[in-house]
Write a protein that binds this ligand. Sequence first.
Ligand code: N01
Length: 541
Amino acid sequence: MSDRSDLDVVIVGAGFAGLFMLHRVRGLGFSARVIEAGDGVGGTWYWNRYPGARCDIESMQYSYQFSEALQQEWEWSERYASQPEILAYANHVADRFELRPDIQFETRVQSASYDEPACRWTIVTDRGDALSARFLVMATGCLSSARIPDFPGLASFTGPTYHTGRWPHEGVDFTGQRVGVIGTGSSGIQSIPIIAREARELVVFQRTASYSVPAHNGPIDDDERRAIKADYAAFRARNLQTATAVGSRLPMGETSALAVTPEERQKVYEERWEQGGLQFLGAYIDLLIDPNANDTAAEFVRTKIADVVGDPELAARLTPKTVIGCKRLCVDTGYFETFNRDNVELVDVSETPIGEITAGGLRIGAARFRVRCHRVRDRFRRDDRRAAQHRHPRSRRAVAPGRLGCGPAHPSWPRRGRVPEPVHDLGARQPVGAHDMIVSIEQHVNWIADCIAYLRDHQYAAIEATPDAQDAWVDWVNMIADFTLFPSCNSWYLGANVPGKPARVHAPDRLSRVRREVRRRRREGLRGFRAVAGCDLAGAA
Ligand code: N01
C-alpha cells in the first residue's frame, strides 16, 4: 500500500478492538486503514500460541455482540475456546465484514506526529509509508506486549528460549527435552500440564504460588447453547451485572460469606468448584471486599490443593498464602495434579530469586539448575507507555486520555511543548483486567466511533477532557478500588509487573455501572469534555 493523505482514521492493531473499530468507522462513512504488525488478525490471540492457550472466560460470553447474525451463526465447540478456535473466529469476523482490504499487515508504526494547524496526524511505518489521517486510534491492547525479564546472562543461554506471548507458529516439540518454565500465572498454569506430558523433565520456577480453580472444560451442551441463543441479549445483560468476569452460569451471591454458617459456605463453594471457572469468586458479595470473607474462599482452595497434591511439603509450597482473586484467579485443567508426576520438579524462587541465566541453565543463590531447553515467560506489560511514564495515569471515562485529535491531556502531565494524544482503546484506568475484554472493547469502540462522528457532525477539530472531569473519573475509580482488595497485592491489574510503574488499579466496578455512567454523561452532551474549534472538518466523510 502506498502513501495516503486522504484518510479519516488510522487504527493501530487488528485485534478484537481494531477489527470492530474499523467496522464501526467504515459504517459511519469514514475512510480508514488498520496497521498491524502480525501477518494476520487476532492480536493477542494471534501471538499467544503456547501449548494449552485458551480463554478463561466462557466462549458464549467471550465474543462480539454487535451483530446478532454473527452471534447466532457462529458455533463455539467448547465451553472455553482454545486459541486456534478464537483465532478462527477473528478471521471469520475479518472475512464476514470484508475488513481485510483496509488492513495493512506485517507493518509497524514507527512514529506519529500531529500537525495542529492542519489537524492531521502523520503516521510513518517501518515500510516507509507515510499516512495522513484526521484521527489516530490506538487499538494496541493491554496484554499485547511480551515483557521478558532482564535476567543477567539471558543472552548467554545456549538452548532455545520461548515466551508464551511470542510462541513460534510452527509449535515446539519438547519430546525428550529438559525444560524450565519461569512463571506460574495464567499462561504458565495452562501450559505446564501440557509441557509436562511431553518433556523428559520439567522444572517449574515459582516466585508466587497461584490460586487456581478447575475449568471443567468440555463440549458445549446443545441445550445450553440453544437456551442462550434464544435470548442472547438477556445472557449478555446478566454478565454485565458481575463485578469480575465471573459469568452468569450461577448468579452472583448477594450475601456476605460471613453471614452464613461454615457448613453452608462449604456447600456453596463445593457447588461452584464443581461448576468450575471464575464464577467461584461470585459465591458471596464480599469476597473481593472483606479480607475475612476472602479468607474463607482462600482456605477452601488451599484445602483442595492439599487434597490433590500427594506430598504435603510440596502441597505447602504450591499453596498461596495471599488474598484470593487479588491477582487474576487462574482456571486450569490438571495443574496441581501435574506436580504429582515423577518428571516434574517445583523450585521456589520467592526468597532466593533467579540470579543469573547461564549457558546451560540458571543460578539461584548458590544452586545451579541445568536445563537444555529453557522456556522464559513473564507477564505482560500494558502497552501504554505514556501511562507508565506518569505518576498518575489518568483518563477521561477510560477511552479518552486527552484530546481526541490534538493537544495536551492534563496540565500536570510532563510534556515537551504540546503533546498530541491519540485516543486509546483499552487505555489507562479502564475496566479491563477483571472483566471480559471483548465486552469492554465493544463499549470503548462504540464510544470512540460516536465521538469521532460527533466531531464531524458539529464541525469540531478535536475534543479534550477537562482536568476536573479527569480528576473526577480517577477519584471515582480510586474510590471503588480502595473499597476492594485489588490494591493489596502486586498484580498486572495495578501495573506492578513493570518496575517503576505507578500502582493504579483498573476500574474494578461492575461493567453495567461503568456503562450506565458513560451513557448518562453522553446524554448530557459529553459533559466533562471541551470540543475544540479549528480546522474545517467538512472534508471528512
Ligand atoms: O502473566 P502473569 P500471564 N522471576 O503476570 C512470574 C491473561 N491471560 O501471562 O507473581 C520469577 O499473570 C510471576 O511471578 P509473580 C490473564 O488476564 C489469560 O500468566 O510476579 N518469576 C508470575 O507467576 C492474566 O492475568 C489467559 O511473583 C517471575 C508470572 O511470571 C494475564 O493474561 C491465559 C519473574 C507472570 O504471570 C497475564 O497472564 C493467559 C521473575 N523475575 C493469560 N518475573 C486465559 O484467558 C515474573 N515472574 C486463560
